[in-house]
Ligand binder design. Sequence first.
Ligand code: ADP
Ligand code: MG
Length: 991
Amino acid sequence: MKNLIEKMFGTKHERDVKKMQPLVAEINNYFEKLKSLSDEELQAKTDEFKARLAEGKTVDDIMTEAFAVVKETCRRHLGQTWDVVNQPTEWNMVPFDVQLIGAVALHQGKIAEMATGEGKTLVATMPTYLNALTGKGVHIVTVNDYLARRDREWMGKIYEFLGLSLGVIQNQMTNEERREMYKCDITFGTANEFGFDYLRDNMAQRAEDRVHRNRYYAIIDEVDSILIDEARTPLIISGQVESSVHDRYRQMKPTVDVLFRKQTMLVNDMIAKAEKLLASGNADDEFEAGTLLLAATRGSPKNKRLLKVLKETGMKKLVTDVESAYMRDKKLHEVDDRLYFFIDEREHSIALTDQGTAQLSPEEQKLFEIPDISTMLSEIEGDESLSPEERQKKTDEIYRVHGELSEKVHAINQLLRAWTLYEKDVEYVLQDGKVMIVDEFTGRILPGRRYSDGLHQAIEAKEGVTIEAESQTLATITLQNYFRMYDKLAGMTGTAETEAGEFWDIYKLDVAVIPTNESCIRDDNEDQIYRTRREKYKAIINEIVEKHNNGQPVLVGTVSVDVSETLSRMLKRSGIPHNVLNAKQHQREAEIVTHAGEQGAVTIATNMAGRGTDIRLGDGIVERGGLHIIGTERHEARRIDRQLRGRSGRQGDPGSSIFYLSLEDDLMRLFGGERLGSVMDRLGVKDDEVITHKMVTKAIERAQKKVELQNFAIRKHTLDYDDVMNVQRNWIYERRLAALERESIKEEVVELIEDVLEGLIDDHCPEKVYPENWNLTGFTDELRKIYLLNLQFKEEDIPDLTREKLKEQVHGAVMHIYNQKEAAYGEEIMRQLERYAVLSTIDRHWRDHLAEMDELRTGIGLRAYHGGMGKPIDIYKVEAFKMLEATSVAIDREIVNLVYKLQISMPEKSRAERRREAEAVASHADTTGMGYASAVQAPAGAPQEKNPMAEASQAGRQQRTYRRKVPKVGRNDPCPCGSGKKYKKCHGAME
Ligand code: ADP
Ligand code: MG
């Protein structure tokens, strides 16, 4: 049905493109007329456009004219040469019609899917020029520093001719340099730089230290890499803290070591038994053998011997069948009970069994008796004999003990994970006594990046290297929430379509598929599937040798540095000269990739290596069939495979692609292996034989789709949690910004003085209690502490007190002190002091708040594991909101206290504090091990909205009405916890 409609009317994308045809005609029409203008007249267009915008025209009104001006500028530069990253480069581009269509899509805030080599760099110039005319600043986001510089220099002449200023952000730049760059009409840089600058701006101690000026319009190049791959982990700025965590990991190491060894022995035993049972040929024994193998899989999924057995004919199917049987009877735990601990690779979860717990020392065993806090808490609530303070104390104590216990359990779990799931030289490498993460997408080593949540410490403990201090988060944001702050967002890439759902769901970005300028004639071959990796590599090498001898260039894509190196070793043995790229040195690798299309070139590259660089065919290569692409493994995401193929067949070039797979590949092992194994059995495939079969390819694609969904769920999970934080972050940052930028915050401080006082009265002198029973001692203590006010009540006056009188009297007294202080120090110093009080207090509390939120998240994972308390994210929202309220009260009190307490010599920051700030590092956190198990849910349907981007950015902002205080919320207002529900249906309902 769908196909029929598509045949008659074209796909949605084809229809969309058709709709843009009249615009293309209009642009070309203007373009023709511009030819007669002198250079000066053409350049004058910029001022003319700006004037028209000032008169109330919109960017949409002048779009076609502005695009035509860029096109004409391109034409006038044909044949000119200028340096681009130190290479003299001749300008040879005038936008094709399809490029104009892409430009319109970008201007409309969409993602333009345009194949590799279609000239997206040029496409971006048109919407960039148009939107930069507003003077609000356009950000062009690239995947690395090198490409930022390249694009700035390559397209620079066009923009400069038209009178626009250009900036480029590079990693090592100072604040002053960055600020200048951001002042420009157009700023190039990586997503990380833009995001970190935002975070740093919100840590600035002086308004003039801030570098961003606006977040108006961003065009993100290779948008899938940034908004999908990179977005899995939040940006984090952290500083080191003293902590005793390393001790915990060191102490627990021997325990886990023993557990792991016992488990290995146990699993080996199981495998041996299973093999024996199977050899007996007795059909009755088969189920037990399958059970043993299933237990081994759950106990040690990466066990070498196990993997070997599972490769044998029919084994995978046996295990899956047995697993289904146990699952059907809900008896999977019986399998797990045979182990010390079990792992669910699919769900990223790990846990000790009773047998495993029994291996621990008695002291450690106590850890696992996690008390049921909800019962304990309700017992305290119900205990009439306790005073409110005692009750509070007991509750705090329970939370403290519970927190400590959970952390220790968490440490054991992380250590187990480090031992069983993280392999040296695959997930990480050891370099100079440090554990360095290997990026699973690009295969490159990520210096300075650390696994979060103690996992890194656990691996350090495992490897026996120095366990580095845990660092404290000073500021953090996900890329999702960063980019949602832009008024308008657009992106371009060769591969967006498979992720269109996510782009829409999370960013409200539509994908427009733009046709290629020349049709693509690349020959995509069917997958070649082998049983073992070894056979697969052999076949790959044979193919490379053959192509190389014919002079055809070959680009080999790998999923990891490891595989790149294996292949490189094999090629060396065969005497084939080749280059290996690991996305480590962007510029050098870009230069190498430029030559990857020349005669006989063999290039091995991980996915991101050399991305963004055009591969042109050398002389005589067209006749030899163009660039040949070999994929060495299916990637988790189909998108990444498409990217690899897309490197060949650019601009109508000939080319070909083929993937070599084996049943031992991770993806196959996890998701499709057993089915494929049985298919191969049925087809009677032998060990060294290759098969190509539609059915197999289909099965792989199904597996990929499954992983894609799961990874989407993980990103969504990160985002769900960050959304809660986002509301809080906006509130804190806005309050901070006001303190930073406003000339005087006296008004706010004076109001605070009164608010805090009211809070104290509420706490100590409740309305429905007789003055005789007020806690006046507590009250006067607080007054002394906060306002430095000494106040005594005479016994005989107390019965006559009212809250109003009390407030009036105390308020008069504290304001008197305040006014005296201001008179003594002078207005200017007083204002500085207030600013300092607000900034330092907010920063310190926010830092602690972030740590608490982190703990809360970990704790909630555990609590959810013990079950029965609702969805973790909902608990998180409720608790996070309570925490914010508490933090807010603490902040207010401390600000007031500082205003009263601070002496005239402005307090220097402590040395430790300054050191910590100096050492603050920006990193991209790794979210592995965050307990995602519970997060896997189907994505929600796409909502229908009229101006999606504006609304999406609005959604991020709607809570910003917050001022100083967590506000009193109307019953019909959106709940401030960020749930999107009405207050009365959310937190309001609970009060
Ligand atoms: P993409 O980013 O889409 O992969 P690039 O922006 O790197 O592609 O451009 C690739 C190459 O395509 C350019 O180096 C240029 O040689 C060529 N190209 C792009 N647009 C045009 C054009 N309009 N006319 C001629 N060549 C073009
Ligand atoms: Mg590009």
